[in-house]
Design a protein around this ligand. Sequence first.
Ligand code: FDA
Length: 391
Amino acid sequence: MEIDLVVVGSGFFGLTVAERMANEHGARVLVVERRSHIGGNAYSEDEPTTGIEVHRYGAHLFHTSNERVWEYATRFTAFTSYVHRVYTTYRGEVFPMPINLGTINQFFRSAYGPDAARALVREQAAELDAVLAGREPANLDEKGVSLIGRPLYEAFIRDYTAKQWQTDPTELPASVISRLPVRYTYDNRYFSDTHEGLPVDGYTAWLERLADHPRIEVRLDTDFFDTSQPVNKDAVVGNVPVVYTGPVDRYFDYAEGELGWRTLDFEEEVLEVGDFQGTPVMNYADLAVPYTRIHEFRHFHPERDYPTDRTVIMREFSRFAERGDEPYYPVNTPADRARLLAYRGLTEREHDERGVHFGGRLGTYQYLDMHMAIGSALSMVDNKLAPRVRV
Ligand code: FDA
């Protein structure tokens, strides 16, 4: 087919752009995707022996307070009433997360009310006041103690963060955490958005419906930089408008250096028990446990008819990404930010001179929740693409 727009990447950003441009604006859209499936990191599939839906690239919980995104999302899927809650195991004991009055009272073996707990945390957080003497915390360790006090910080934050970064927190910049919210109620809902839930028939069904339009063609196993493919960067850019949602440094052949990412390794196991941990996500706060958390996928969909004698769990390990690893979370060191600034100059020129639009989490080097990726794709369509892409 004749093409009005090429979209590189079939994650939520790319597919939202493709759907809107095809459906609302009459464009013929070609989506190229490097992987052998659509959906980017939100992709999920049923584990074949149990039928339990597994989120391939880490657990994905949908939540938003953006009414436009919610209205748009619900055109393509219904949502369950799932509400996310997380627990953490520390020294053989399980505590509710994020840190709340329940966590504090269990940890200090006490029965504080909100005001007494607040006063206690404030007093413990003042420990470093004399040492800091007005200066900013020099590293994550100092920052953590100054935010919530040493006992809670050392139990629930220090070693978990060390495992996430594979770095001692005294070596990590204070900017890794900007705040550590403590709730002085027993509310342990993880998210506080207006809307929350999981797609009733799974993420992939939702993503497939986004791509299901006669004016959208999706080519899987197609790397935009592979010049042996008919649709590649050299052949397309400058001739057809492009929305690029891959890594921004890769697009420019790392001309300004590589941007740093953390990646995750997943270890999946099918167990011969009906229920392994009684909850979807269990964090492990101790340094001696090498993984950061275990997901048990059956608990994301208690409404489904899953087998009662088997379950699927996934252990999650965290480390710095090397080239070739899946980039998951931007590291964002000062050097990364300087490189990003240089890339922004290049993306602006590429946009103005050759009609390439950079979007999504990889194209802009920022962590985006799904609702943010969808929201920014809708804005790009309204503000940049619809007025410019001629059909
Ligand atoms: P995404 O990465 O999904 O898609 C980009 C696509 O581009 C990929 O399919 C990739 O293969 C393709 N691509 C890259 N280079 C290419 C090339 N050269 N040629 C062709 N294709 C190329 N959000 C949330 O709301 N709730 C949650 O619970 C979570 N949980 C979560 C856990 C983990 C571990 C991560 C890393 C992320 C989350 N997220 C999340 C965030 C969520 O994954 C994110 O919002 C979406 O992936 C963003 O969609 P994008 O389309 O921007 O990128």
